[in-house]
Ligand binder design. Structure first.
Ligand SMILES: [Zn+2]
Length: 376
């Protein structure tokens, strides 16, 4: 009964603003990009270990465009592949040794690069690599296929994906949908993983929408001016509606308080779940899945595959869940917020509490800064 039809006034209000919302989405995330660039830092997962990495986005963009011209892939598609690889490298640094100063996050094993039967695993000669069935290619035209060259790495992945796209189907007169499908086939043949294909395509959609990969702006999931309370409950057995155990933070608030996307991202899932009630899942460009549960209803306009911006209202606080679709009121209204990091084959929950505190603090601070000084 607490379906989407319960909140038509909000949805109408939203729809009349939809064009503005899109512009805001772009402005919000690009502003974040600029700020992150100026401050020379990137988002840290737990909010207390800022990365020292400098902003390489201009050089990266150049590299994507250069390899894009050579391979016929769009720079956004290359950026999505690189971003996906980067998220894997970040969670599996031991099995994916990528140089710390590397621009890209791409990793290709020695045997895949040089060829399984190649007696020289560090072979950089394109001809002998090809002879032994390796995939290593020369992307910077220096005559060597060298995995320590970023251009060679990216060109190698792109070429392998383009080669995987070909074959089997007619190439002439393809519609743009078929071209998209070919890209998916190329990705599948390269990664042999449905999940990888899905992620790269999700990231490409996000990058298409925002024109950038540096989308680190985050906000607290409820308006910080709303009435709410929460505390650290990581691993608490008595929480409501975790995906498996109680993996997340419960933010208690009255019915109808807006729930906002905490990040730029793409809607991955929306619907009823026995424990989570009406819930929505949003994937961000760092491969973190944000899970919002027990909603009273959603913004009707939002559907899986849509790109959202931080602060965009996605639904309203409720108490749905713990029963068949529509069940509500079995516990006090609250937002269950969970975050899950994709590790390639499994997803691991991590504690959102430190992030929530940080986003709340940052937002309060910027609101104070923006507010004109009150009367003396
Ligand atoms: Zn909960």
């Amino acid at each position: 009964m607490w379906g989407e039809q319960r909140v038509p006034h909000r949805c109408n209000r939203h729809s009349s603003k939809s064009a503005r919302v899109v512009r805001h989405a772009l402005a919000g995330c690009l502003a974040a990009l600029l700020l992150a660039g100026l401050a020379g830092r990137v988002h840290a997962e737990d909010g207390n270990q800022p990365h020292k990495k400098q902003d390489n986005s201009a050089s990266l963009r150049q590299l994507y465009e250069q390899i894009g011209r050579k391979t016929g892939l769009r720079w956004q598609q290359l950026a999505a592949i690189d971003q996906y690889e980067r998220t894997l490298t970040r969670v599996r640094p031991k099995s994916r040794p990528v140089a710390p100063q590397a621009l890209t996050g791409i990793y290709i094993s020695e045997t895949r690069w040089a060829g399984e039967l190649n007696p020289d695993p560090h072979d950089t000669a394109p001809l002998s690599i090809a002879w032994f069935g390796g995939i290593g290619q020369d992307g910077d035209n220096d005559g060597r296929a060298d995995p320590s060259s970023e251009a060679d790495l990216l060109y190698t992945v792109a070429s392998a994906i383009r080669a995987g796209e070909a074959g089997g189907t007619g190439e002439a007169g393809q519609t743009s949908a078929a071209v998209g499908d070919r890209y998916a086939i190329g990705l599948w043949r390269y990664y042999h993983s449905e999940r990888a294909v899905l992620r790269v395509r999700q990231f490409a959609a996000i990058i298409d929408a925002f024109g950038s990969t540096r989308l680190r702006k985050h906000v607290f999931p409820l308006p910080v001016t709303a009435e709410y309370s929460y505390r650290s409950t990581w691993g608490d057995r008595r929480g409501w509606g975790g995906r498996r155990i109680h993996e997340g933070t419960d933010i208690f608030a009255p019915y109808g308080v807006p729930v906002r996307s905490t990040s730029c991202g793409i809607v991955e899932l929306k619907g009823w779940n026995r424990y989570g009630g009406w819930r929505i899942g949003i994937r961000d460009i760092d491969n973190v899945y944000h899970y919002y549960a027990h909603l009273q209803g959603y913004d009707n306009k939002i559907k899986p595959g849509d790109v959202v911006q931080p602060g965009q209202v996605i639904g309203w606080v409720g108490s749905s869940g713990y029963g068949r679709p529509g069940t509500q009121g079995k516990f006090p209204p609250h937002l269950h917020y969970g975050v899950y990091r994709d590790r390639g084959t499994v997803e691991w929950a991590f504690d959102p509490y430190p992030l929530l505190r940080k986003w709340e603090r940052d937002e309060r601070k910027s609101q104070r800064a923006a507010r004109p000084s009150a009367g003396r």
